[in-house]
Design a protein around this ligand. Structure first.
Ligand code: HEC
Ligand code: HEC
Length: 215
């Protein structure tokens, strides 16, 4: 005996095809049809990313505005650290206070899922071209005359970051310069690694923005 299945939604096309071909869609055919019918499973975090964060950061974390950081391919541990700081209102900087203050309601689970989602996206794309020899030299060797260490020693040879040290390759130049200013003004060891004169900060930022994945 054939059990008829009542479909709430319109019968999916493939299933309907099975139905027509066999005339009696047996359980076996149903089984072999259904896997192809499953809607793609969105990764956790994708819904909030799409409905809330995408407005400023873009759906996949490739933000357009120079002041809004790209999150695509950012280190997961770093994203988690920053989102936890936003939640506790402990993140430094005027822009953070203005734009990210409203995200105090995120749960630990949502922070983890959002960090996972953005870190798994294709990494930030390169922008700008041309030579950046001075910026690159600062990135590799720092400014020994004023005791600023090379950035690559922490941020990595490709500026890809690691763990709670952020990826910088492909990030917006203006955002990088602005963060360098904020970090330099902070206290402690993170500050001393980021104490660049403004002109040097700008050159290294333009160099970093030109790295990253190809468009
Ligand atoms: C209204 C615009 C806006 C929305 C919506 C928004 N952000 Fe942001 N976000 C910003 C801006 C601007 C900054 C840069 C703050 C600064 O310069 O300190 C930022 C910074 C961040 C950073 C720090 C990145 C870094 O490199 O340090 C993370 C992580 C982040 N946002 C994640 C999110 C997530 C996740 C959501 C969604 C829940 C979200 N943002 C929604 C505007 C926004
Ligand atoms: C001793 C290790 C170390 C060195 C050297 C270092 N950094 Fe960093 N950098 C960090 C850490 C850790 C953070 C994250 C700070 C935080 O938690 O907010 C950071 C954050 C940053 C940020 C903020 C990125 C964002 O998404 O908000 C920028 C920009 C940056 N570094 C650029 C540089 C540049 C340019 C140099 C070289 C002049 C440099 N760093 C040298 C460890 C280092």
């Amino acid at each position: 005996m054939v059990t008829r299945v009542v479909f709430k939604a319109p019968m999916p096309m493939l299933l309907r095809a099975c139905w027509q071909v066999s005339g009696l869609c047996s359980a076996a055919i149903l089984l072999s049809c259904t896997p192809a019918e499953q809607p793609p499973i969105s990764p956790p975090g994708a819904l909030v990313a799409d409905e809330v964060c995408s407005f400023c950061h873009g759906v996949t974390g490739q933000s357009i505005a120079q002041e809004v950081p790209k999150l695509a391919g950012q280190q997961k541990a770093y994203l988690t650290k920053q989102l936890t700081r936003f939640r506790g209102h402990e993140h430094l900087g005027e822009f953070s206070a203005r734009y990210m203050r409203q995200f105090a309601q995120l749960t630990d689970g949502q922070i983890d899922e959002l960090s996972e989602y953005f870190s798994e996206q294709p990494p930030m794309t390169a922008q700008g071209d041309g030579e950046h020899t001075v910026g690159e030299a600062i990135y590799r060797s720092g400014l020994p005359n004023i005791s600023v260490p090379g950035c690559a020693s922490c941020h990595g040879a490709q500026a890809q970051g690691s763990g709670s040290i952020p990826r910088l390759a492909g990030q917006h130049a203006r955002y990088l310069s602005q963060r360098l200013e904020v970090l330099a003004a902070a206290q402690g060891s993170v500050s001393s690694s980021h104490l660049l004169p403004p002109a040097a900060a700008e050159m290294v930022a333009l160099y970093l923005a030109s790295l990253g994945a190809n468009k």
